[in-house]
Structures are given as C-alpha cells and as structure tokens.
Design a protein around this ligand. Structure first.
Ligand SMILES: Nc1ncnc2c1ncn2[C@@H]1O[C@H](COP(=O)(O)OP(=O)(O)OP(=O)(O)O)[C@@H](O)[C@H]1O
Length: 254
C-alpha cells in the first residue's frame, strides 16, 4: 500500500496531515507511533477508506482505494462487538454481510476462532467475555474475511497490563504465522517493539513522519524496547509524551 500526499483538515482542529506519504511493504508489520492527538487514528481511518482525505491518493495492489475494501480489515480500540450476538456470530458477521454460503461461513468462522484461541468461548456473549477475549474476538472478526491488510488502532490500550501482554504475544504469533501485512498505530512503544518490523515516528501539527526505525528480530525483547525508546528520544521532542513513554513502555523506564 502506498499513501501519497495525504492532506486532512478538521473544522476546529486545523491541518492534521499535510502532504503525507507512507509506504507499507507486503508482509511487514509497520507500527506508527506518536503522541496523543498527533493524527494516528485519522491516518488509519483514511488508509482504511473510512474517512476521506481532503486530497492525496492511496494505492493498494495497483488500484486506487476510494472506499472501504473487503481486503482491508480494521480493529479498533473499543472492540465494537454486537452485544446481542454470540462470539461466533460476531465473528461470522462480515461473512453474513458478504453473503458467503453458510457452510463456508461455518468453516471460516471456526478457523478464525481457533486462530485467536476462542474456540471454547464461541457461544458466549460479549458481556460474558474478559477484555482480552473481546479484543481477540474483534481480531477474529477482522481475520475471517482473509484480508490482505490488517489495520489495528491501539488494539490493546483498553486492556490491563497482564492481559495486554498475553494478547500482544498472541497477536505477534498470529501476524508472524500468517505473514499478514499489518499496520498498528499506537502510543505504546512496548507494542511497537514487540510486534513491528518497522516503526515510523509521527510528530507535529500537521503530523510528519520524523524518522523510521527497523527492528532487529534477533535481539531480546527488552533490548528491542531500549533501542526503540532511545531512537524515539533522539528523534522526537518527547516532552509531550514522556509520561506515556514512562508508563507504557511496560514500566521499564520508570
Ligand atoms: N472528527 C473530528 N473533528 C474535529 N477534530 C478532530 C476529529 N477527529 C480528530 N480530530 C482532531 O484531529 C487531531 C488528530 O486526532 P487523532 O484522533 O487522529 O489523533 P491520535 O494520534 O489518534 O490520538 P490518540 O492517540 O489520542 O487516539 C486531534 O487534534 C483531534 O482533536
């Protein structure tokens, strides 16, 4: 996917993106990190075709993206599960909408539930699930359409620390196993260090990609994180997000 010269203005908030370029390589996990309010969600929603940019273009597999595509799945921070549907029927929902034949739906839904470890919770309703299970259900629903691109918006920020670690590990295993091209936006450098192959740091108004960091998967996790934190501190004025660095990088910097 390639985004070219994206521009976005909100009434009252001014210019959030100006002439913004971004390339997502096939099969990579790209993390976009930056302080709260910099424009990460805006960027992700534009990439998903959910909100229009004022100008600029997005190219995806040789064609221009102008509306949401079945080949791109998005997972939001707040899960967005339907409370009146069981986990299985939540996961099945996109296939139902796409009028996929019943038998194929059953198989694909089961595979997606298995992939996130929710087989035993398939008949429970969202209120009967833990936060981590709800988030995994949302991820299963994103996977069931077999997307070519997975977009994740702060997918673990509503989870407590222990659950978050578990879900993060499962997500890391999943994206590596499936080699699914993934973009995750987060202000949590721990998520980026754990999941990403490449990290782009955003800062400023309008947001600019300041620098990018390639993670070395041969390093231990805490070394990855230390290097990433040092990289961000070198390139960004972290005054506005030092609190997040301290708190969210799993307490390691406190
Ligand atoms: N619908 C909207 N109308 C007006 N301003 C908006 C709207 N959505 C976002 N903004 C503003 O645009 C800027 C970027 O918001 P955005 O949600 O993309 O940032 P973010 O980096 O995702 O923040 P966070 O990490 O807190 O979710 C912010 O200043 C925000 O207040």
């Amino acid at each position: 996917m390639r985004a070219e010269r994206l521009q976005k203005t909100y009434p009252g908030s001014g210019l959030v993106l100006r002439s913004f370029d971004l390339t997502v390589h096939r099969q990579e996990v790209l993390a976009i990190v930056g302080p709260s309010g910099v424009g990460k969600t805006t960027l992700l929603q534009i990439l998903a075709g959910l909100i229009p940019a004022d100008s600029g273009e997005i190219w995806f597999d040789g064609s221009r993206l102008v509306r949401p595509s079945q080949r791109i799945s998005v997972v939001f921070q707040e899960y967005g599960l339907f409370p009146w549907r069981s986990t299985r029927r939540n996961v099945d929902f996109p296939l139902e909408v796409a009028r996929v034949p019943r038998r194929e739906r059953r198989e694909r839904t089961q595979q997606a539930l298995d992939a996130v470890g929710l087989t035993d919770a398939a008949d429970r309703y969202p209120h009967q699930l833990s936060g981590g299970m709800r988030q995994r259900a949302a991820i299963a629903r994103a996977l069931v359409v077999r997307p070519d691109l997975l977009l994740l918006d702060e997918p673990m920020s509503a989870l407590d620390v222990m659950t978050k670690r578990k879900v993060r590990q499962q997500l890391a295993d999943l994206v590596r196993r499936t080699q699914l091209t993934t973009v995750i936006v987060t202000h949590d450098l721990g998520d980026a260090a754990h999941l990403a192959d490449r990290v782009v740091v955003l800062a400023g108004h309008p947001a600019e990609p300041l620098a990018e960091h390639i993670l070395d998967r041969h390093l231990a996790e805490h070394e990855q994180l230390d290097r990433l934190v040092a990289f961000v501190e070198r390139h960004a004025d972290t005054g506005s997000w030092s609190h997040q660095l301290l708190v969210d990088a799993d307490g390691r910097r406190e």
